[in-house]
Design a protein around this ligand. Structure first.
Ligand SMILES: Cc1cc2nc3c(=O)[nH]c(=O)nc-3n(C[C@H](O)[C@H](O)[C@H](O)COP(=O)(O)OP(=O)(O)OC[C@H]3O[C@@H](n4cnc5c(N)ncnc54)[C@H](O)[C@@H]3O)c2cc1C
Length: 179
């Protein structure tokens, strides 16, 4: 397999931001926020691993738009959910950008009969349990209290059904029922 070749030059990053301006997707260039998305108490990373931009998509479409724009420009993307993972899992060693999911924290649907819940990736498992409690249900997976479903799916804490947003035109909707 050929090595990845990224282009994190200033003109390419500027071009990315310009192309996304019409989509009005929340983002920041603030250094302390950027550092906080790669260097957490649980997953420390050196300054060289700090992303250049952090995006805060609010929808799957916005997530897809960012990923597609980055893929077209060969810009590396590191997702961020709760930031509780170990071993520098959040450090973006190639520079690149971070996509942080705290603005996608809704419960979409609870199917009580199926014991099935549909959520966005930025929902914390603690918040999920607070909402499920009123229905007499319980989500039993418990990593760090700050962990969110997106990160738990990525580091398999036993959440398996998901919707995959690739960085290209082919939108892969791979939903399946999990128990
Ligand atoms: C005190 C403590 C106790 C813990 N106990 C356990 C335990 O019992 N069992 C266990 O398995 N783990 C445990 N962990 C580790 C950690 O909490 C889990 O791995 C958790 O699943 C990480 O979730 P997160 O939301 O914090 O993910 P993050 O740290 O934000 O991200 C984890 C990884 O997933 C990627 N990612 C994030 N969001 C997405 C997304 N939407 N799509 C694709 N990739 C994404 C990130 O880039 C990163 O590589 C513990 C951690 C701590 C600090």
């Amino acid at each position: 397999m050929p090595p990845h070749t990224y282009d994190h030059s200033a003109p390419n990053i500027h071009n990315l931001l310009s192309s996304l301006t019409p989509h009005n997707i929340p983002h920041t260039l603030d250094l302390s926020t950027r550092k906080g998305k790669s260097n957490t108490p649980w997953s420390p990373a050196p300054p060289t691993h700090t992303p250049l931009i952090v995006f805060f998509p609010r929808t799957t479409l916005e997530t897809s738009t960012v990923l597609k724009a980055c893929n077209e420009r060969r810009i590396a993307v590191t997702p961020f959910s709760g930031g509780t993972s170990f071993g520098q899992a959040l450090g973006n060693s190639e520079g690149g950008v971070c996509v942080s999911f705290e603005r996608m924290d809704r419960i979409v649907a609870v199917h009580e009969d199926d014991m099935d819940v549909v959520v966005q990736p930025g929902l914390g498992w603690v918040d999920l349990n607070e909402r499920l409690e009123e229905k007499g249900l319980f989500f039993p997976v418990d990593p760090a209290p700050g962990a969110r479903i997106g990160g738990m799916v990525r580091l398999p804490s036993s959440v398996v059904a998901n919707e995959i947003v690739p960085g290209c035109d082919t939108y892969a909707d791979r939903k399946q029922s999990a128990r």
